[in-house]
Design a protein around this ligand. Structure first.
Ligand SMILES: C[S@@+](CC[C@H](N)C(=O)[O-])C[C@H]1O[C@@H](n2cnc3c(N)ncnc32)[C@H](O)[C@@H]1O
Length: 965
């Protein structure tokens, strides 16, 4: 179905706008701030079938004028979802060994800190190129039109560009380039794939931002609330062998200087004494984990964190899905957990890691093949025994040298590495289906320092020396590893363990003694009638378990009852959406304990949240306390009592594990109520959430509701028709590609025809996380014999992570998730109407254009094999226009330090010119962090009426290129 015909506007007046890359739209030139691009859409769509439903849905509420500009035209502070890095986040960086999916990304976080990730050649090139373009454009263009706010930023930008800005931020002039053909001057962004070479018709260089499992962060889960987050194992050094060293980085400075210059050793932590049997292993985060208290790892951790003072503190958890069997020294049938990650990495051999179960030759081979810079790489293979009851997996973690990371090589997948680790003939049977659950525990994992093989070419001794490998095998105990959602920043992900450590430094809340901890994603908001207690919690908090469904949360309080309050909570297992249960009134019992410890003092930064009325938080109080707050990546708790005049004493208890830029106390415009309201769109308190505009903008079209939240003003998004599938031109007939004949879930990539098209690899791991990028990824499609659960069908099923649209401070509406998102997770598709380029250029609203695909001459061979209809073959290029019809993807903003990347995916046809644009997380993303991708505008090339247009970028990144275009 196609939306109403695109309104055609005289080319001279609108073509320039259409020439901009998606979200590169312009603001009204007539100064009508009430009508942005979006406003134009509304008007245009008044009679448009696509907008009718949306209009009805939105009712009489006002609609947001336009992205990137507030109604007053004044610059707004960044919204609560602004993805801006913070020093504190950066400082908290610690190199952690992460689980398979996380390992690489984690390392890449370090790389990023070193500048080697974000500043990696491709990246740098892109940025440099962009900057260069800026300079060139600024000094060459005779006339500039600065879009965005006409504030100081614009003026300064214009000044920097060597022009004079007028009051409204536009710089007008007459230039000789006015006469340029617009079609030539328009340079749309191309951002469909970070690894794709840019289409010839575009000048934007693609950025390789996403070295899955290597650069940004790899993947283990789907990321909902940490539900599928990759588990992380703490390793015990009780093993005698230490064959490698891993550097420990305690902070940003160290992280940036992180270089592996010698063999690294990582401590292994034995996880034994698992209770077993009482936890739901479908939800690994709820699994209790015990660990050996004698482990040196924790001894060191104890030095800095009270969390680990306990002798049986479960710090590391594992994923029940991650159990595996290693074909190493363990008896056959002994399962091993997959590599969840080296929890702590330390330099100079302080952390040791044993590698006695790893096939060194295999490791060497994988090391040889890798191209990653001194970071942890992981891999795994899943097996199924002959009776189909036990899924086993071999997991390898390796600290790889730069030129050895397999994820740095587009054609190298994790799978390929794992294959090198475990002979294919050792795999009896693979099965991506949910694994059988049974108690297991983590035992000291082993790692092997790489030894240079004679046949290793191109591997420097250092590369070899710094390669580590780990595996974990399960025993009889249960374990659980939970990845805390509090990533340090959008730019540099901080390891979970480091955040744990940091959190522990400040908070005594984890002084559990001889009690297993369950790290749960507590998201509850409960208003208690008895005693008027209200509890807000967000993020992950450690819950002291007390039975199957009950736990305790210690709350740091201030005021008269300063101390710790143990709050009983119901511990509910994660459901499919990662939503946790809530605190029940009867369990909301406070018992103040005074535990003024050294660590307590460190939590003094926590702000007092006063609830002066039953029905809300006193924002002024919050705002004032915001000024005093310096909370960072730690557990924030507080509680106050205040008589509201009714004789009742409402208490407000707040638990929060927050990053600085997400903490309500550090964001003047966000109250605790607002923060708690952001917890979940699906909780039963949705109706009382502040700022909720729409409970589900998709109106049930998405499997997970997508709510709209606006705590800044009372506006709603401009109407549009919510669609979940791309709309192709009427004449375009999709031709399903020939499918595979696999009946085993496409586990044998050598046999799967779709995998063959992916150069013999399935680009997704068993957690449905993308593990490498390619110009085009072929998922299994409608002609394939494999079931919908095939692990080569990740992005075609729509969003599985809870997303919400929220009003940002400076960039209009944005998208975020209340849940933790692990790297590689599929976010959503960029859905809209597929327009031919010429048609797109006539589109009045260019805010939502997304150039896609490759030119027909990019790959003649593919074209010859394509079953593309003639109309598509004749076209030069295509653009997805989500202005009138789109999905949640249309609201995702640009950032110069994005956390998403776009990947071309084909599954229901094989026309590479109109691929599906699928957005994946390229790093771990903490809850409520705005989701962004790089629009890849060709800065300096966007013109309107022959005049260069400039649009400021408000992404807030430290690496911001200042201009969107
Ligand atoms: C695809 S839309 C994104 C959603 C949009 N913010 C909205 O409210 O509908 C792209 C537009 O958002 C705005 N935008 C996105 N990222 C931005 C950024 N980093 N800085 C300034 N404006 C941005 C620009 O107006 C851009 O044309």
């Amino acid at each position: 179905m196609v939306c109403a015909p695109t309104v055609e506007v005289p080319r001279g007046s609108v073509s320039a706008k259409r020439s901009w890359p998606p979200s590169c739209g312009h603001f009204p030139q007539n100064g009508d701030s009430e009508k942005g691009a979006a406003g134009a859409v509304v008007e245009e769509a008044a009679d448009h079938a696509c907008s009718s439903s949306a209009s009805a849905r939105n009712g009489g509420l006002p609609h947001d004028p336009q992205p990137g500009r507030d109604e007053s035209g004044e610059t707004q502070p960044p919204g609560d979802g602004d993805a801006r890095p913070s020093d504190s986040q950066t400082e908290s960086m610690v190199l952690d060994v992460m689980p398979l999916a996380f390992a690489a990304p984690q390392s890449s976080a370090v790389d990023s800190a070193n500048g080697s990730m974000e500043d990696a050649a491709p990246q740098s090139s892109a940025v440099d190129s962009a900057n260069g373009s800026m300079e060139d454009a600024g000094y060459i263009a005779d006339s500039l039109m600065v879009e965005g706010k006409g504030g100081q930023g614009s003026d300064q930008l214009a000044k920097d560009e060597g022009v004079t800005a007028n009051g409204d931020g536009r710089v007008a002039g007459s230039g000789e380039d006015d006469g340029e053909l617009e079609s030539e001057s328009r340079k749309k962004r191309w951002s469909t794939s970070v690894v794709n070479p840019p289409p010839k018709r575009r000048e934007v260089s693609a950025k390789r931002r996403f070295p899955p499992g290597c650069g940004s962060a790899a993947v283990t889960g789907m990321g909902i609330g940490g539900h599928n987050a990759a588990p992380m194992f703490v390793r015990d050094d009780s093993n005698e062998k230490m064959e490698a060293k891993i550097e420990e980085v305690g902070g940003a400075t160290e992280a940036r200087d992180y270089k592996i210059q010698e063999p690294q050793v990582v401590d292994n932590v034995v996880l034994d004494d698992f209770a077993g049997g009482q936890h739901d292993y479908d939800h690994p985060q709820n699994v209790v984990t015990n660990y050996s208290p004698t482990h040196s790892f924790f001894e060191e951790m104890d030095d800095r964190t009270p969390l680990h003072e306990s002798t049986s503190l479960p710090v590391v958890a594992g994923d029940s899905d991650a159990r595996s069997v290693c074909e190493g020294s363990l008896p056959k049938g002994t399962s091993r957990t997959p590599p969840i990650g080296i929890v702590y990495v330390k330099r100079n051999g302080k952390r040791k890691l044993k590698h006695d179960n790893i096939d060194k030759d295999s490791l060497n081979r994988s090391s040889k093949d890798s191209k990653c810079e001194h970071h942890v790489a992981t891999d795994q293979i899943e097996e199924k025994d002959v009776v189909g009851l036990t899924t086993k997996r071999v997991t390898i973690q390796a600290l790889m040298a730069p030129d050895q990371c397999p994820w740095k090589q587009p054609r190298k997948s994790i799978a390929s590495v794992s294959k090198s680790l475990t002979p294919r003939n050792n795999v009896k049977k693979k099965d991506a289906t949910p694994r059988q659950e049974f108690p297991f525990k983590v035992t000291p994992s082993t790692s092997t320092r790489h030894e240079k093989r004679e046949d290793q070419e191109g591997s420097s001794p250092e590369d070899v020396e710094t390669s580590l490998a780990l595996d974990v095998h399960e025993r009889s105990n249960k374990f659980c590893v939970t990845l805390l959602p509090c990533a340090a920043s959008g730019d540099e992900s901080v390891g979970t363990q480091s955040k744990l450590a940091k959190m522990d430094e400040r908070s005594p809340l984890h002084e559990w003694e001889h009690e297993p901890l369950v790290t749960v994603d507590v998201k509850y908001e409960e208003r208690l009638q008895e005693g008027n207690l209200m509890a807000h919690a967000r993020g992950l908090v450690n819950v002291k378990t007390k039975g199957e469904n009950e736990g305790l949360v210690n709350v740091k309080t201030k005021g008269k009852n300063e101390g710790l309050v143990s709050v009983k909570v119901n511990v509910t297992r994660l459901d499919e959406t990662g939503i946790f249960g809530e605190v029940t009134p009867k369990n909301m019992i406070s018992s103040t304990q005074r535990r003024v410890t050294r660590s307590n003092m460190k939590v003094e930064q926590c702000m007092v949240a006063r609830k002066s009325k039953h029905d809300g938080i006193n924002k002024d109080t919050l705002n004032r306390s915001t000024k005093e707050s310096e909370c960072g990546n730690h557990l924030l708790t507080d509680q106050t009592k205040e008589n509201d005049g009714t004789g009742l004493v409402p208490n407000t208890a707040v638990l929060a594990l927050m990053a600085p830029d997400n903490c309500p106390w550090t964001q003047g415009k966000q109250s605790i109520a607002g923060a708690s309201q952001l917890l979940s769109c699906k909780n039963k308190y949705l109706t009382v959430r502040e700022g909720v505009c729409l409970p589900d903008i998709s109106e049930g079209k998405e499997s997970i509701p997508i709510c709209v939240i606006n705590t800044i003003d009372g506006m709603q998004p401009m109407p549009f028709r919510y669609i979940t599938e791309v709309i192709y031109p009427p004449s375009y007939k999709k031709a399903p590609p020939k499918g595979c004949d696999c009946t085993n879930g496409c586990l044998d990539s050598s046999e799967c025809a779709c995998a063959v098209k992916n150069e013999g690899e399935i680009p997704f791991n068993l957690y449905n996380a993308i593990v490498y990028t390619k110009p085009v990824i072929y998922e299994c499609g409608p002609s394939c014999r494999c079931p919908p659960t095939c692990h080569n069908r990740v992005s075609q099923h729509g969003p599985k992570i809870q997303l919400e649209i929220f009003k940002t401070g400076k960039t209009g509406w944005g998208v975020r998730s209340p849940s933790f998102i692990s790297s590689g997770s599929f976010i959503c598709e960029y859905v809209g109407e597929v327009l031919q380029e010429t048609e797109a250029e006539r589109t009045e609203n260019d805010e939502y254009l997304f150039d896609i695909g490759r030119d027909s001459d990019d790959d003649e061979e593919e074209d010859s094999q394509s079953s593309t209809s003639e109309i598509m073959k004749e076209a030069v290029g295509y653009t997805i226009d989500a202005a009138k019809c789109g999905n949640v993807g249309r609201f995702i903003n640009h950032s110069c330090s994005p956390n998403l990347h776009a990947q071309d995916v084909l599954w229901d046809h094989d026309d590479t010119r109109v691929p599906h644009v699928m957005l994946f997380a390229e790093k771990n993303i903490r809850p409520l962090q705005e989701l962004t991708y790089d629009y890849n505008y060709n800065i300096g090339q966007v013109r309107q009426n022959g005049k260069e247009k400039i649009k400021e970028c408000f992404c807030g990144s430290s690496k911001c290129r200042l201009r969107l275009y």
